[in-house]
Design a protein around this ligand. Structure first.
Ligand code: ADP
Ligand code: MG
Length: 276
């Protein structure tokens, strides 16, 4: 795979995204609010006789422009938290305010609307539709927004440019490397110009150079103002974030800034290039 477009992301998609007024579900929001505020959130899973207490009183805030890495051993509650933050799931108790709006008690339908408008999600498995081109995969989330086909395709093309894959628009997932598929998944997550990007182990299936390429994309997006929260197992990946939160047994054990780490683009200079 070739070099990514380093510090110069093409497009103006994010500029455009940032100029769009955030959509509010009600008027509770204040501009001074953090993007995310979680207050004493618990999440239980009831499994017949037993109850798993996956989140045990989690409180945290994320400011606009943050780039947060969440670490912790398997089963510590990271994915459960991400699902709550990403409005895929609701807390059993506690409050979750997203851009000042309490989303913790919304119905599934309302959560789906918030997700579609405000949230981009990237997973370890890329979850692309196999018989669908890169461009069409990216355009999928726009089907639920009231814009015409031309605008859909224009936004999808911009998103594809942002991840450095403009020349792969017509490729199917099977014709792309893992890193390229993840870049398509990132573009799909960005196409509706979300306020925040959540990524659950986004580099878990990738070789180490490709992982750094994904971090280069994340750093560039974050430079342009996109807030990012990602779960990762890899200390090598954490160094590219600005803040690290460590989870254990459903609780936050550590929350601190990352000592100014390297730019992914610089690290890439030192790594051997793989052929496409
Ligand atoms: P992590 O992502 O840190 O590995 P998870 O959030 O997936 O941790 O899981 C936290 C705890 O909750 C684990 O004990 C796990 O087995 C349990 N758990 C997660 N999802 C479910 C579910 N859908 N049903 C029941 N238990 C779950
Ligand atoms: Mg997990």
């Amino acid at each position: 795979m070739g070099r990514l477009p380093g510090g110069s992301l093409p497009g103006g998609v994010l500029d455009h995204a940032l100029s769009v007024e955030p959509v509010r579900i009600d008027d509770d929001g204040h501009d001074g609010d953090p993007l995310i505020r979680v207050e004493d959130v618990h999440r239980y899973y009831d499994l017949g006789e037993t109850r798993v207490h996956a989140l045990r009183g989690v409180s945290l805030s994320v400011e606009r422009g943050g780039f947060v890495a969440i670490m912790g051993s398997s089963g510590s509650g990271k994915s459960t938290l991400m699902n709550v933050l990403g409005c895929l799931d609701r807390p059993s108790s506690g409050r979750y305010l997203l851009e000042g709006t309490d989303v913790s008690k919304l119905e599934k339908k309302e959560l789906a609307i918030i997700r579609n408008r405000k949230i981009g999600f990237v997973f370890q498995g890329f979850n692309l539709l196999a018989r669908t081109t890169a461009l069409e995969n990216i355009a999928l989330p726009t089907l639920y927004t009231p814009i015409d086909k031309g605008e859909r395709m224009r936004r999808a093309s911009h998103a594809l440019e942002m991840v450095g894959l403009a020349n792969r628009a017509g490729h199917f997932p099977s014709q792309m490397s893992g890193g390229q598929q993840q870049r398509v998944a990132i573009a799909r997550a960005l196409v509706n110009q979300p306020s925040i990007l959540f990524a659950d182990e986004p580099t878990g299936n990738l070789d180490s150079r490709t992982a750094v390429e994904i971090m280069d994309i994340f750093q560039n997006l974050n430079d342009r103002g996109l807030t990012i929260v990602m779960v990762t197992h890899e200390p090598d990946v954490v160094q590219f974030a600005k803040r690290v939160i460590v989870f254990r047994d459903g609780k936050i054990r550590k929350d601190e800034p990352v000592a100014s780490g390297p730019r992914a683009a610089e690290v890439l200079e030192t790594l051997p290039t793989l052929d496409d």
